[in-house]
Write a protein that binds this ligand. Structure first.
Ligand code: COA
Length: 173
């Protein structure tokens, strides 16, 4: 899948491509967060063991996936999710991360749509995500896409099928 990012300041922007990740993508994906004290990912070792079903977040089930976003064949973002029984949900968004220079151009939104479609194909509708109460960019991102508060540290999509629907409105200040 290929999508053209909107030009920033008139500069030419390479098209962003999206695809499911395999284990060979993990080192480059994990490096995006190197040296940054941000949520949204883990070490390469943990991410690889997660994708290979050898690391299991609490109450995780085996089906899981990671999608990557690429510019000029370089990974600029990723999203990961799995089926779960946590909080009576069917799915959990595990990680999402976009390189700082690529933010606010819709990359995470497209990754989220791809993961949502994967959840739907898995028969999952109620999907949760853990987010620090102080991570306002992430909270606004999730709210923009219709997630509602579940408790202080968790948000939930009661029906991930709704993602992208015109009916969605921001529900978090
Ligand atoms: C959160 C994150 C994934 C968003 O990625 P992104 O590619 O910039 O997101 P998008 O461009 O798709 O943003 C879609 C919408 O989300 C909201 N949003 C995203 N970042 C925002 C910010 N910094 N401040 C306010 N709103 C924001 C906006 O409504 C935005 O739409 P707009 O740009 O038209 O206003 C990115 O900031 C990131 O990687 N942060 C560090 C990792 C992290 O915190 N992950 C979440 C862990 S729970």
């Amino acid at each position: 899948m290929t999508y053209k990012r909107l030009p920033v300041g008139g500069a030419a922007v390479p098209p962003v491509k999206y695809r499911q990740a395999d284990l060979a993508d993990i080192p480059a994906a994990a490096r995006l967060r190197d040296g940054r004290d941000e949520e949204g990912g883990a070490s390469a070792d943990r991410m690889a063991r997660y994708l290979a079903c050898r690391h299991h977040p609490q109450q995780a089930l085996m089906p899981r996936t990671i999608y990557v976003a690429l510019e000029d064949d370089s990974i600029v973002g990723y999203i990961a999710g799995h089926l779960t029984r946590r909080y009576e949900c069917d799915g959990e968004l595990q990680w999402v991360y976009v390189a700082p220079e690529c933010r606010r151009s819709g990359t995470a939104s497209e990754l989220l749509r791809l993961l949502a479609a994967w959840f739907v194909r898995q028969g999952a509708s109620r999907v949760c995500v853990n987010v620090d109460p102080n991570n306002m960019p992430a909270r606004r991102f999730y709210a923009r896409h219709g997630a509602a508060p579940l408790n202080e540290h968790w948000l939930v999509w009661n029906d991930i099928n709704d993602l992208g629907s015109d009916r969605l409105i921001s529900r978090i200040a």
